[in-house]
Design a protein around this ligand. Structure first.
Ligand code: 5AD
Ligand code: SF4
Length: 470
């Protein structure tokens, strides 16, 4: 891939700022105080994109609200990874029909992965005339220009061309207040797992310049963020497209040299590209959390092959065993799909047995959802939904018991946590995270927010630990 073509040139980005100024001036001349609501679905990558949209909206003169009904502009920042996420977006569009009746001037935008699917943008074009602007992830950086077109032309704007995908540096960002921040280090995916829509909507892998990533992390640490997550569909192939002999472990090692009191996490990792060197760098670092999210998807070799995952059950086990050996106490989580087309009960139970064998701290579990346009969506899928649900329930039962057991082993121990927010439990009003990202509900007052402290774990269940400061 030609790197020159991948980077959005600084002049083009500067040009976008002029559209922000135009929109702002338009509102000022009307003495309007417009409000915008960004509703983000799906993964952390989308959350990070949502923060960029908010940054651009603020530069356009909007204040932000979480209430679509009171907003002059609503953005649905969508996810396409499973059908359920898509259904929710169409449900929300239905609800917005009512708010738009109340406020006909309201601008409605649809963006994110769903917007990049031709099937979806066609449906929106035909059946949802209330939507003013549709743009895919490739066009995110030119949102100010697209929005200006909407205001100026009063026509519907669709920017959903199937492009290669770009990298745009320096888009303004509105971050969550507090201690956590997300940093995209790369975009896109080259893996084409047969069930997955992501490579079709987010384009090919492209890595940000290491110096740009390092500068952003340094800024975040200096601004007081303490829990920073590096994002990419597959961070383990970071750098492959840069051709400078610089890879993900190199980036981690360089970030680790940034002085300060903070944790670095990353997600997601593809097992086929996770190396022993990565685990060695993690083990030798001061700031990289001893936590690994390593999606396995299935514990059966035939299913893994059909999924195009390019590793075997044994290779996965060898990898996690090595990681656990060099990082005692490593907290391990994973993604699992049950009911891939053609999966039998015995094959699903291979996944359950792998889960038992590894002893994950927690799992993100999904029932397979066909995504039109992917290879798996064309495979015969004879198992019924009820059968899949049974296998899924079995998996949950095994995992919940494992999580409860691993959590119970913390009771009586003292662990270091980062206090990151409020909890909804009045007896334990604070929420905090261990280095392994386990949730600890905590006794204590708001003065502890944003601090690393030692806590004694006094209780546990499947989902959380409970504790008090020592
Ligand atoms: N059906 C169900 N789960 C899916 N995932 C991705 N595509 C699908 C699909 N079509 C899951 C995978 C992935 C996670 C982000 O979502 O487990 O790791
Ligand atoms: Fe989808 Fe596989 Fe890429 Fe992950 S690695 S985004 S599951 S294609």
């Amino acid at each position: 891939m030609e790197r020159q073509n991948v980077l959005v040139q600084p002049e083009e980005l500067e040009h976008q700022r002029t559209f922000e100024e135009k929109i702002k001036a338009m509102f000022e001349s009307r003495q309007a105080h417009p409000r915008a609501c960004v509703d983000t679905f799906g993964c952390q990558q989308n959350v990070a994109d949502g923060q960029k949209l908010m940054g651009m909206l603020v530069s356009c003169g909007f204040t932000l609200t979480s209430e679509p009904a009171e907003a002059d502009l609503v953005i649905l920042n969508t996810c396409a990874v499973r059908e359920h996420a898509e259904d929710r977006v169409f449900g929300n569009l239905g609800a917005l029909t009512h708010t738009k009746k109340e406020n006909p001037e309201q601008i409605i935008c649809l963006c994110g992965c769903m917007a990049q699917e031709p099937r979806v943008s066609e449906r929106v074009k035909k059946s949802y005339p209330l939507v003013n602007l549709v743009f895919g992830p490739h066009a995110l950086w030119k949102f100010p220009e697209l929005l200006w077109q909407v205001y100026e032309s009063r026509k519907r704007v669709f920017s959903v061309q199937d492009e290669h995908g770009t990298i745009a540096e320096g888009i303004p960002v509105v971050r969550e207040k507090g201690v956590k921040a997300w940093v995209s280090i790369m975009y896109g995916c080259n893996n084409f797992c047969s069930y997955c829509i992501v490579p079709y909507v987010r384009g090919r892998e492209r890595s940000r310049d290491p110096q740009a990533v390092l500068a952003e992390v340094r800024e975040l640490v200096e601004a007081g963020y303490k829990d920073i997550t590096l994002l990419g569909q597959n961070v383990n192939s970071y750098g492959n497209d840069l051709d400078i002999g610089y890879h993900f472990p190199d980036l981690l090692a360089d970030i680790d040299k940034i002085p300060g009191d903070y944790w670095i996490r990353f997600m997601s990792s593809h097992p086929k590209d996770a190396t022993k060197r990565l685990f060695d760098v993690m083990a030798g670092s001061r700031h990289v959390a001893r936590q690994l999210h390593l999606p396995v998807q299935s514990g059966n070799d035939r299913v893994l092959r059909e999924m195009n995952r390019r590793y075997t059950r044994q290779q996965y086990l060898d990898l996690v065993n090595y990681a656990k050996r060099v990082m005692p106490g490593l907290v391990l989580t994973s993604d699992i799909i049950i009911g891939f087309p053609g999966e039998t009960e015995a094959e699903a139970m291979d996944t359950v047995s792998l889960v038992e064998e590894v002893g994950f701290d927690a799992l993100f579990t999904f029932i397979y959802s066909p995504r039109p346009g992917t290879k798996a969506a064309q495979m015969p899928d004879p198992a019924t939904r009820a059968e899949k649900q049974q296998w899924f329930d079995k998996l949950l039962e095994v995992q919940n018991a494992m999580s409860a057991k691993l959590h119970a082993a913390y009771v009586g121990k003292t662990v270091r946590v980062l206090v990151d927010g409020d909890s909804d439990d009045p007896d334990f009003p604070l929420s905090s995270r261990t280095e392994g990202n386990r949730l600890v509900r905590l006794k204590g007052g708001p003065e502890l927010l944003g601090k690393f402290i030692d806590v004694e774990i006094t209780g546990s269940n499947t989902w959380a630990l409970y504790g008090q400061p020592v």
